[in-house]
Every structure is written in structure tokens, then in C-alpha cells.
Design a protein around this ligand. Structure first.
Ligand SMILES: Nc1ncnc2c1ncn2[C@@H]1O[C@H](COP(=O)(O)OP(=O)(O)OP(=O)(O)O)[C@@H](O)[C@H]1O
Length: 340
């Protein structure tokens, strides 16, 4: 098995609302290995980005507890200047929206050059420009020697996202965090960008955390999957197990909301509702209980923990053993029968 790159132990990230702190990330533990894609999946508000921003040290107003061990250092304990030495070098982030991530007033080559300069103080202007051209070529930008002198608005959305990726890999990071990297792009470009991330991961032997709400992207890219709901991981396993044998009601609901695919169930089952806002998240018991009120209260644990249901496959709370969709025959479900 490849080496552990990042080990997160009991991470909690809380934000102050009025006078109180509320945990957007609640006791999350995760491991990312070299040359592995870990997908973090969940609806909007489930705490995916808050987890990523905590790792990157970008939550300046959040309270962070727990450990984030990266190459032997606990990121949670580093000062801003120590974090600045790691960010953009040993780990970097590909953001969702290239237009806001790029400076509109600066040529592409200069923006790449700035990141290079941050960690290679001795690089000359010409060296930076040449390396920027090389990087642009590497991420599949045609005529990079021209693009290097262009401004972001002169490029298409897909090309801008490639530039973001070029910036992210400029210093050959060991850990890449991609937060909804293709959401803003059309399907063909999306596939190209995902291929590119995969290819770069292989080249650099990096670990990738891929944040997405798109299960198609997960199926395509991920080795392991962590499903998040209301700040907690509710299911974690290798990608096959999540698609073939999903256990947690939330995971099953996410999967069955994908229309007819080979891994979706035969019918669409919809669980109503949304992730509550941070201030209104349930703080005790099973966080998902309120969305599945037809399941007996006794099915839930008072203090839900992750159960290992098969090797490396973890599910939170015992409610998964009793769960059925309301439009599904309860007995058939208990016997593992699905309609054809
Ligand atoms: N800086 C902050 N201050 C206060 N609340 C925050 C802050 N950042 C995130 N939150 C809250 O924490 C919760 C989790 O947010 P987060 O952005 O991590 O969700 P997400 O799963 O990434 O959703 P999305 O896909 O919409 O980005 C949300 O309720 C959000 O409003």
C-alpha cells in the first residue's frame, strides 16, 4: 500500500455566529495516501470546503481543533509564515471558479511566475517565463508562448481552469486539493480537466482530495470516498463499495438520485430536505434522523460512531441496518430484494 501523505485526526472547525461557536466540521478523521484520489462528497453545506480550507490553513476566523499530520508536521500547529512555506509548494488547491481565483489585471505568465518566485527565490524573470510556458504546455494549452502574455478574460473557461491547474502544480505539490474543479465547465471540458488531474497525480505521485457533489465525477476519479453530512463523515470506503454496496441512508439517497445508471437503483427514491444551516444543525444523536422520520427512533444510536461493516468500509450510526425508502416495500428491502 502506498505511503500516507496526510492523516487528519478528529478535526473540528467551528465558526462564531453571534456569541457561540458552531462546528462546520465535526470530528473528522481521514487519510490521504500518495497517488490516491480521496473524494469528499455531500450536498451543499455538508462541510466539504470547510474541511479543505482547514487543511490549507485558509480559515482565518475559524477555530480549528484536532490534528492534520502532513509529512510529519501538524498543520494545525503551524504559524502563518510556516503555512505560507508549504502552501503553493508542498500542497496546493485548485479552486472552483477560475475567474475569481485569477487576477484579471495580470498576464497569465506573471501570475504563474509569482507562485514560482514564492518558493524559488533565485529564478530569473526569463527562467520563470520559460517555465510558465512549459507548464501551460503541460496542462494542454495550445500555443502556450502566446497565452503566457494574455490576460484571463482573453481565455475560455476551460483554458482558465487549465491555468489554475498550472499554477497549482507549478511547484510540484505532494497534495492537491481540488474543490469542485469542473463545476463551472461544460461536459467535454470537464472530462478533459479530470483526465488532466489524474495524469498529473500519476506524474507527481501526489495525493488528491477531490471535493464534489457530483457522483459521476467520483465514479470516474476516486479511489476512496468519504461521504459527509452536516459536518460529519457518515460513510467511508473504497469507491466500488460505495457504489455497489452503499449502506448509510444518506449515501443511498445520494446514489438513487442519479437517474438510471448502472450503479443507481431501479427507481428514484428521494429523501426530502436539505442540510440545515450551521446554526441549526442537530448537535447530538444521528444528524440524519430528521430527514428519515419514518425510521424508528430506536434504530439510531445516541452517540453515533463509525462501524466497520466490511474491511475498510465504515458507516455511522446503526440506522443503516433498519433503513428503507418510504416508497419501497420494507420486507423486500430487509431481504435485499429490489424491483426489476
Ligand atoms: N467562514 C465561515 N463562517 C461561518 N460559517 C461558515 C463559514 N464557512 C462555512 N460556513 C458554514 O459551514 C457549513 C459548511 O460549509 P461548507 O462550505 O464547508 O459546505 P460545502 O459542503 O463545501 O458546501 P458547498 O458545496 O456549497 O461549498 C455551512 O453551513 C456554511 O454556511
Amino acid at each position: 500500500m502506498s505511503q500516507e501523505l496526510l492523516k487528519i485526526n478528529n478535526l473540528s472547525t467551528s465558526f462564531q455566529i453571534d456569541e457561540e461557536y458552531y462546528a462546520a466540521v465535526d470530528d473528522v478523521s481521514l487519510t490521504v495516501r500518495e497517488n490516491e484520489v480521496l473524494a469528499i462528497v455531500g450536498e451543499s453545506g455538508s462541510g466539504k470546503s470547510a474541511t479543505a480550507f482547514s487543511i490549507m490553513g485558509l480559515h482565518n476566523r475559524g477555530k480549528i481543533e484536532g490534528e492534520m499530520l502532513f509529512q510529519g508536521q501538524d498543520l494545525a500547529k503551524l504559524s502563518t509564515s510556516e503555512m505560507n512555506k508549504i502552501r503553493g509548494k508542498d500542497m496546493s488547491m485548485i479552486f472552483q471558479d477560475p475567474l475569481t481565483a485569477l487576477n484579471p489585471l495580470m498576464e497569465i505568465g506573471v501570475q504563474i511566475g509569482e507562485v514560482l518566485l514564492l518558493h524559488n527565490k533565485n529564478m530569473s524573470k526569463t527562467e520563470r517565463r520559460n517555465y510558465a510556458i512549459e507548464l501551460l504546455g503541460r496542462v494542454g494549452i495550445p500555443r502556450p508562448e502566446r497565452v503566457v502574455d494574455q490576460f484571463p478574460h482573453e481565455l475560455s473557461g476551460g483554458m482558465r481552469q487549465r491555468v489554475i491547474i498550472a499554477i497549482a502544480i507549478a511547484n510540484q505539490p505532494k497534495l492537491l486539493i481540488a474543490d469542485e474543479p469542473t463545476t463551472a465547465l461544460d461536459v467535454t471540458i470537464q472530462a478533459q480537466i479530470l483526465d488532466l488531474i489524474q495524469e498529473l497525480k500519476d506524474d507527481l505521485n501526489s495525493g488528491v482530495i477531490l471535493i464534489t457533489h457530483d457522483l459521476g465525477v467520483v465514479a470516474e476519479m476516486a479511489d476512496r470516498v468519504a461521504v459527509m453530512y452536516a459536518g460529519q463523515i457518515v460513510e467511508e470506503s473504497d469507491v466500488e463499495s460505495v457504489f455497489v454496496n452503499p449502506q448509510h441512508p444518506y449515501t443511498r439517497s445520494l446514489l438513487s438520485s442519479i437517474p438510471a445508471t448502472d450503479y443507481a437503483q431501479d427507481r428514484l427514491h428521494v429523501i426530502q430536505g436539505i442540510v440545515p444551516s450551521l446554526k441549526h444543525l442537530p448537535r447530538t444523536g444521528c444528524r440524519f434522523k430528521g430527514r428519515i422520520p419514518w425510521i424508528d427512533d430506536d434504530a439510531h444510536e445516541d452517540h453515533p460512531v463509525l462501524h466497520e461493516v466490511s474491511e475498510g468500509h465504515f458507516v455511522r450510526c446503526t440506522c443503516y441496518q433498519h433503513f428503507y425508502f418510504p416508497d419501497e416495500n420494507k420486507e423486500d428491502q430487509a431481504n435485499g430484494v429490489t424491483e426489476g
